[in-house]
Each structure stands twice: as structure tokens, then as C-alpha cells.
Write a protein that binds this ligand. Structure first.
Ligand SMILES: [Zn+2]
Length: 753
């Protein structure tokens, strides 16, 4: 299953990032390095002899290059050697990091990953602010968009006016108008209204309609109909008690405040009773919608979600009290000049939702519907308005994320421009910060890890030979994308500029620039309906610290942003590269064989290539992990347990990834690879591998965000990603001599791949 906004990554992009005191920390690190480097050359040699498992004598050669010294200092600072690795490896590997970091007020989570993203933003700030006259059009536009976002005085001066302008165009926000019921109400049509929201503003409210690769035919695109997202991040906020209720109240208050502000700006009477009543109705409607949706954990089986049908079947199955599906879909597609075919097919993912919608759709008046639809547009636009609108949002954000301070402006702007113009910004990033020859090294690592995945199939007694053969074919057929697409650096290649040819930004019109981006985003995706799938298309930009697997393409992607320490460096020992990017590679490959990916064949078609025997046993092996992770109770999230079903795919990928990467490292050593010894670390290479693996996940959450992410994040909490995967790996217990029965060497272990 592939939805446009949910690529299967290593880490969800959660909350805004931000960091204070970085300068101080880094200066401290460098000072420490200068002090210890000299002495450690000899210490490394001494310590190497004092351990049971040690690098063989002829391998002992302490590396003192800047890359090695930095790596050594990083590892030393992040770990807490006073902890017993066999009791709680996470505290052992990350205790130092956790002790020395406080979550910044702007962040809901703070981790090694988040810091890498912060650092990437610093690079992007510099390149976006660099004004030269020689920029190509795509880059000029990115810089213009950034400047318009930074133009705070203009944004303050224009205040609510740009929002009020579009409200007029979209039929008005009844709560902030007089006489909507009489003026607009009588001609109001739900189908048209939903189509405008979808095609012009990329807000897919009430019914989610989007174009994506057909799961059953990976070479073509098709129309999907699904349950929508909601204004709050997950359905639980609408009806559960406790913190959820606080969030709900803050959400309602936020709506009311914005409506009151707009009424005042329009010189309408305050009429706070009416505003309260209107917005309470909106929340009630949205609560009904939330109730109608199916929880994410029950939507894991893509083969059960997928229902392809023609328009007549769609209309007959989901009448929705006279809702005209053809009118709705045709209105959306008209925006990109596409006509529905007589035999047009759609894929319905959200059958239960549409059935439930039947009982909701005509309960609320057009006024309430319109109030809701426009609220969803207003909600999206708050970030591009003046300061007082963001202040109206502050309590809601505090309840939702636990953050008390808005992100600094330039970070907000950098991240906005990067996510809306990823190719243009990617080209700037790659030129500035990425060394092209890393591509070959990473390619070699991919081949090594892939070979291990294939070899390891032999060990699996739960799978029969015919399924192993298919799995092998699929693994060998995974295509990779590394770093960035070549065309973004080719000056003579017009493609980059053409991507943005419809965009004409103004330095003074940030809000309207944002509207252009919403429309361009919607149309880029809608236009694909009649196009063949472009197998070379990059599904993500280069300036991204993450990695992806696409089941519809059977493709793995490693953007330039993740090809840096601690994941990867040509200047650090291979034990760290295998424990870092090697594990990421294994993780993404394994996604092709997790509970979702396994439903797709080597060409990205949803097709069952499993024997009954193997499929049955896959489920049994998986159940072990569902139970294992489901037993982790997370203190930060009110002691709620991790959802073993929602996180299954990621847990399978984490477990497979670290196992394959470790084997690939041992194989590299066995084939004569000579690793370098790090200064100041009394550790074997095997131990270093696991420590670097764990340290990628050092981080902490605010409780508010823990409660949110335990419902919305398909990844297990950082701590359990480390503990869960290593408890299952015998080689880890060997590397640290963990006694049988100790927490990191449990008697029951789970394994899928
Ligand atoms: Zn993943």
C-alpha cells in the first residue's frame, strides 16, 4: 500500500525540530578531542590487549584521522559505560546522550536523528540565503519562496487579509460571515465544494481521493478513495479521556479564537454565542467522522483494503444520500483537464468508513459542513499568517506536542521550502554537502547486505523452498536510488526548471505563494492518472535524513541527507558503517518482506507469491513479535503498551536490518577486511557495531508527544527499537557475553527474517 504522504521510512517526521546551544556543545566536543587525541593513540593499543574478544594483533592499528577521532568522541560521549550492557543496552549505549540533552522548548522529541535534521537545516539556510545572480530558474524560485517566508514585516502588515481573500473564493466561512445561510447556502453543493478543496488546495476532507500507483498493476496509476485524515492527528483525540480531552478542548478553543479574530477583522458583531455553537457543531461532526474511521492498526492488510470497482458500482454501493460520485470525481479531474472514461475504475480502500458515512452525511446542515471544510483549510493556513494567529494556536500545540515555543522562523522557512521544492533544494544541498563518490561505496554496501539477506534465507526452517526462491528473486530485483537524481545537477537538463514552471512566486506574497504550492502539489499528483508510472522518479528529495522502501516500485531510496555520520563516512571504521547505514539498508530491504511488503511481488504488483505453508508460518513468526513489542509498557505514554500490530512492519524491518548488517560485517572481516581501531575505546569491533547501531536511536520524547506517537507512529519508541531487536539477536548476547536469562539474553526470541 502506498499513500503519497506515508512512505515507509526509518523515522517519522514528527514535530518540528529545533536546537539551542549547539554551538556550545560542538565547541566542547572539539576541545575534548584536542585534549585526548594524542594520549589515546597509545591507550588504544593498551586496552586492546585487556579484553577477551579483541581485534587480532596484526589488525591493531589505531586510527587517528579526524574522522576516527570524531567517531570515537561521539561514541564515548553518547554512552554510559557505568551501565551493564546486558541489563539495559539502551542506557549503556545512550545514557551519556540522555544525560546531556534537554528537549528544546520548540521540540516534541529530541534525538540523534533530530539533531542531524537540525544540522541539515543549517546547511540549507546558508545555501538559500546565498544570493548569486547565476541561479537557474528552479533555484531562484526556491530562494524567492524562502525570502517571502522570512519577510515577517510584510506578513504582519498584511495580517488576516490574504486569508479573508480566499475565504470569499471558496464560498465563505459561515461562522465568520453574516447571512451565509441566505446568500451562499441555497446554491451550496457538497460535491463541488469537496472537489475545490481537493484540487485547488490539496485538502482532502471528508472523502480522501488521490491518484497513486495501482497496487495490482504497478505500471499504471489509478484513482483511490479512502477514509480521510482529521484535523487532530489521530481518532483517539475525539473521544478518549485524559490528556485527549485536554487536547480536544484546546482544539475547540483554537477554532473559536480564529473565528472570533476574523469576525473582528471584518467588523462583524462579536456574537460569541453563535461562534461557540457553530464550532461545537464542527467538532461534533468531526467526532462522528473520527468514529466512522477504522483505527490504523486494523488497516494493515492491504489485500483486504483493496477493492477495485467501476463508477456504477461505487455509486450503487455508497449512495451517501444522493452524493453524486461522478460529479465529484469529474470535478476534481477537470482541474487537470482529464475526463473520466466510461469504464473508469477506482480503488476503494475505505469501505467501512464509506458505509458509516452514510449515517452522518445528511445529519449536519450545509452550514456545518461548510464550516468544517473551511476550518480544515484555515487550519492548514495558520502557519503562513501573522503572529497573533499562531498565538491563538499555542495552547493547542502545548496540549498536543508539549511544546511551548514556536520554531524559530528560519527553521520553519527552510523546512517549508525543502518539503515543497525538494528537487531544487536538493540540488543546492548536494552541491554544498555531498561528496558524489559516496554513491559507489554505498552501492557496494547494498550489494553486500542484499547478498546476506539472500544467504540467510537458507537458515529459515519456517519457509519452504519455492517461497525462498521467490523471495530471493524479489530481493535481487530491488532497485536502489542513492544520494540524488543526476538530473538535478545537470545544468543543461531542463527537467528541474520544468518541474516548477507553473510557479510564480512573489517576495511579498508568502500566503499566496503557499496557495500556489498547495495547488501545484495537488495537480502534480492528479495529472499522473493518465501517465505510465515513471520507474526512475525519486519519491523523496535529496536533503532528507531518512530512507525509504516503496512496495509498488520494489525500490529502496537513500537520500544524500542520511549518508553522513553516524550512519556513514569513508573516514570511520567499517564496524560503524555496517552498524549505521548497513543496518538502514537491511531495514529497507526487509520492508519488502514485512507484513505489508510481502504482499507485493518483485515488480511491485500486489500478488500472492507465497505457498500456504510459508504464509502460515510467516504469520506465526510475526505473532511472536506482536506479543514481544506489545508487552513493552512505555512510562512516558502513561504506561500504555506499544501496539505490537501497528509497529509490526517496522519491527520486522529493524530485526532483519540489524541481523543482516551484522552478518555482512562479519563476512567483510572474514574476507580480509581490516578495520581500524578507534582511540580511547576499550571495545571490540563487534561491540562497536552494536553501539553505533543503538546510538542512532538515542533520544527522548515529551509525554504529550509520547501519547500521540504511541497511537500514530508505525515505529516503536526509540528505546524499544534497540532493545527489541537486540534481545532477539543471539550474536549480540555473544558480543557482550550476556548470561542466559539476563534481560538482553532472554530465553524466548522472535525471528522472522
Ligand atoms: Zn521502516
Amino acid at each position: 500500500m502506498g499513500k503519497p504522504e506515508s512512505p515507509v521510512g526509518m523515522v517519522e517526521i514528527a514535530g518540528r525540530s529545533g536546537q539551542k546551544h549547539r554551538g556550545f556543545l560542538e565547541a566542547g566536543l572539539l576541545l575534548l578531542l584536542l585534549l585526548v587525541t594524542g594520549a589515546l593513540v597509545t591507550l588504544g593499543l593498551l586496552y586492546a590487549d585487556s579484553r577477551e574478544i579483541k581485534p587480532s594483533k596484526d589488525n591493531v592499528e589505531t586510527c587517528t584521522t579526524p574522522g576516527c577521532v570524531m567517531a570515537a568522541a561521539r561514541i564515548l560521549q553518547n554512552m554510559d559505560p557505568s551501565m551493564e550492557p546486558c541489563n539495559d543496552f539502551y542506557q549503556y549505549a545512550c545514557g551519556g546522550w540522555l544525560r546531556r540533552h534537554v528537549i528544546p522548548e520548540t521540540n516534541s522529541r529530541y534525538s540523534v536523528f533530530d539533531i542531524l535534521r537540525d544540522e541539515l537545516e543549517i546547511i540549507l539556510k546558508a545555501v538559500l540565503e546565498n544570493s548569486t545572480t547565476k541561479d537557474r530558474p528552479a533555484v531562484q524560485k526556491a530562494k524567492m519562496l524562502y525570502r517571502s517566508c522570512m519577510n515577517e514585516s510584510e506578513i504582519e502588515k498584511r495580517d488576516s487579509q490574504p486569508l479573508l481573500n480566499i475565504l470569499e473564493v471558496v464560498g465563505g466561512w459561515p461562522v465568520a460571515m453574516d447571512k451565509w445561510n441566505k446568500s451562499v447556502g441555497p446554491q451550496w453543493e457538497l460535491e463541488q465544494q469537496l472537489a475545490v478543496m481537493n484540487a485547488q488546495f490539496n485538502r482532502r476532507v471528508l472523502i480522501d481521493l488521490f491518484i497513486w500507483n495501482d497496487d495490482q498493476n504497478s505500471s499504471r496509476h489509478i484513482i483511490y478513495i479512502d477514509q480521510p485524515t482529521l484535523g487532530m492527528p489521530s481518532r483517539e483525540y475525539y473521544f478518549k479521556e485524559g490528556n485527549n480531552q485536554k487536547v480536544r478542548e484546546a482544539y475547540l478553543q483554537f477554532m473559536v479564537s480564529v473565528a472570533m479574530m476574523l469576525r473582528a477583522d471584518l467588523n462583524l458583531p462579536e456574537n460569541s454565542g453563535l461562534v461557540q455553537e457553530d464550532m461545537a457543531q464542527v467538532l461534533e461532526l468531526e467526532t462522528q467522522l473520527a468514529n466512522a474511521t477504522v483505527p490504523q492498526e486494523e488497516r494493515h492488510d492491504v489485500t483486504a483494503l483493496y477493492h477495485r470497482m467501476d463508477l456504477e458500482q461505487l455509486q450503487n454501493s455508497f449512495g451517501l444520500k444522493g452524493f453524486n460520485w461522478t460529479l465529484f470525481i469529474q470535478s476534481v479531474l477537470s482541474s487537470v483537464k482529464i475526463d473520466l472514461l466510461p469504464n473508469e475504475e477506482v480503488v476503494v480502500y475505505g469501505i467501512p468508513y464509506l458505509q458509516n458515512l452514510e449515517g452522518i452525511i445528511d445529519v449536519y446542515s450545509p452550514r456545518t459542513m461548510q464550516n468544517y471544510l473551511i476550518w480544515r483549510l484555515v487550519l492548514d493556513r495558520i502557519s503562513s499568517l501573522s503572529q497573533r494567529f499562531k498565538e491563538a494556536r499555542a495552547s493547542y500545540r502545548k496540549a498536543l506536542y508539549g511544546t511551548t515555543v514556536e520554531e524559530v522562523r528560519w527553521r520553519e522557512c527552510v523546512s517549508y521550502v525543502n518539503s515543497n521544492m525538494e528537487s531544487a533544494v536538493g540540488s543546492l544541498y548536494v552541491k554544498e554537502a555531498f561528496s558524489g563518490d559516496s554513491k559507489d561505496v554505498v552501492k557496494e554496501l547494498i550489494d553486500k547486505v542484499r547478498a546476506v539477506f539472500v544467504d540467510t534465507l537458507d537458515e529459515l526452517s519456517w519457509m519452504d523452498e519455492s517461497s525462498k526462491k521467490k523471495a530471493q528473486e524479489k530481493a535481487m530485483n530491488i532497485r536502489e536510488q542513492i544520494g540524488y537524481p543526476d538530473y538535478i545537477l545537470e545544468e543543461g537538463n531542463k527537467h528541474l526548471d520544468e518541474e516548477y514552471s507553473n510557479l510564480n512566486f512573489s517576495e511579498h506574497l508568502y500566503f499566496e505563494n503557499g496557495l500556489q504550492n498547495l495547488k501545484a502539489g495537488a495537480q502534480r499528483s492528479l495529472k499522473k492518472l493518465r501517465e505510465k508510472v515513471d520507474q526512475n522518479l525519486w519519491i523523496i528529495g535529496a536533503a532528507v535524513v531518512n530512507a525509504f522502501y516503496s512496495p509498488n516500485r520494489n525500490q529502496i531510496v537513500f537520500p544524500a541527507g542520511i549518508l553522513q555520520p553516524p550512519f556513514f563516512s569513508k573516514e570511520q571504521p567499517q564496524a560503524l558503517n555496517f552498524g549505521g547505514i548497513g543496518m538502514v539498508i537491511g531495514h529497507e530491504i526487509t520492508h519488502g518482506f514485512d507484513d505489508n511488503g510481502r504482499n507485493f511481488d518483485k515488480n511491485g504488483n500486489m500478488l500472492d507469491w507465497w505457498s500456504n505453508f510459508s504464509a502460515q508460518h510467516f504469520r506465526e513468526q510475526s505473532e511472536c513479535m506482536v506479543y514481544q513489542y506489545g508487552n513493552y509498557s512505555w512510562d512516558l505514554a502513561d504506561d500504555q503498551n506499544v501496539n505490537g500490530f501497528s509497529t509490526l512492519g517496522e519491527n520486522i524491518a529493524d530485526n532483519g536490518g540489524v541481523r543482516q548488517a551484522y552478518k555482512a560485517y562479519l563476512k567483510w572481516v572474514a574476507e580480509g577486511g581490516k578495520d581500524q581501531q578507534l582511540p580511547g575505546l576499550e571495545l571490540t569491533y563487534q561491540q562497536l557495531f552494536f553501539i553505533n547501531y543503538a546510538q542512532v536511536w538515542c533520544g527522548s520524547y515529551r509525554p504529550e508527544f509520547a501519547i500521540q506517537s504511541i497511537k500514530t507512529d508505525v515505529h516503536s519508541p526509540l528505546k524499544y527499537r534497540v532493545l527489541g531487536s537486540l534481545q532477539n539477536l543471539g550474536a549480540f548476547a555473544d558480543a557482550f557475553h550476556c548470561a542466559n536469562g539476563s534481560p538482553m539474553h532472554p530465553t524466548v526470541r522472535c525471528r522472522v527474517w
